[in-house]
Write a protein of this length. Sequence first.
Length: 188
Amino acid sequence: MKAPARGQDEEIETLMRAALGGDRKAYAACLARLVPRMRAMAASDLRGQHAHLAEDVVQEALLSIHLKRGSWDPSRPLMPWVRVIVKHKAIDVLRKTPKAPHEPVEDHPGLDAPAVDPLAGLHLEQALARLPARDAALVREHAVNGVDAETLSKDFDLSPGALRVALHRALRRLADAARKEEEWKPMS
């Protein structure tokens, strides 16, 4: 990016001097010429992830220039004064920007968990559909829903021993059905 010519700086300074004398049109023209320069300054101060804050810096700097324009010494160059204001406003904006919290990966044990097959539930339901209704209900309640043996005994009106036998037989039928399905799959 090419540095602005000193003539442009002098023109902006002349407009600011006239503005300090009460010329509103000169003030508007001065600010109109300052804004692109201030954007470039802000962009150089805010790079990377903070580049989107440049317009905020320009707005804050414009407000500050408006409020403090009487503190500029007309015998000195204007642009260094503007540059300091923009730099300080960039620092202020960065200080107000919340920082993303640092959280070590080790603090998230679920991140290393294997991905869940979204069709697993569908495959299980298809396999359970091959069983008699009572066997499917027993397996679903015990293995899928995690219902304890005591509750299952009451729900299915079975003694603890009879429940164990019924679950064992249902699981064996399920395994046999899965094995048969594997045997009948066409080879690719």
